[in-house]
Ligand binder design. Sequence first.
Ligand code: URA
Length: 240
Amino acid sequence: MGKKERVDKILSNLGYGSRKEIKSFVKQGMISVGNELIKDSSIKVDPTVEEIYFEGEKVYYREFIYLMLNKPQDVVSSTNDPISKTVLDLIDSKYLAFNPHPAGRLDKDTEGLLLITNDGKLSHELLSPKKNVKKTYYVEVDGYVDEKYFEVFESGIVLDDGYKTKPAKLEIIESGYVSKVYLTISEGKYHQVKRMFESLEMNVLYLKRISMGSLVLDDSLQPGEYRELSDEEVLLLKKS
Ligand code: URA
């Protein structure tokens, strides 16, 4: 059982229109609760137990939305930007009605997994430095990275500002003039992955986040595409 709220507030929060518009929809007999048409848009209902119908179609009620975005390059993670396109510009208005925010940031030229949600508590927990949530990145660098670096990443790398990173796990996909690796870190310092490689005299050429806590980027999502998380993904993520 949830708490009772005005039906016009519930519907407008779900993106069905302004309160004024909902009032007019009610007058036009477009909205029912259970199997009764309502005549007053200020009546209170508990949307977790009572079914609301909009023009005969059941309203899918939820308080929180969770979207997994494969962030493309050239899009910023902030919610508004005077020049660049933002990740929210990629999201449909039916989701924007929930006022979601990106949980954390990726650089403009970084691709990959970005969670977009209005669940502030979950975002806060995922980003809290105390929680040490693991983030795995696929990295291409302009240097020869081989097994000798396992220990280097494991024992921490001193960044340009003197900060020593926590143990990070390196996995090698391919060593060469350009090496391809996975790097898992449990912190989120500014430009952290790029700065870790810079400390080792290498430049990151391509960076893509592929997981955050238990959440793994769905590889069927092309850059710029997103989908809602399944209930199971949300549950697991809350345990991350
Ligand atoms: N590390 C970086 O350098 N950039 C990102 O976008 C994420 C992690």
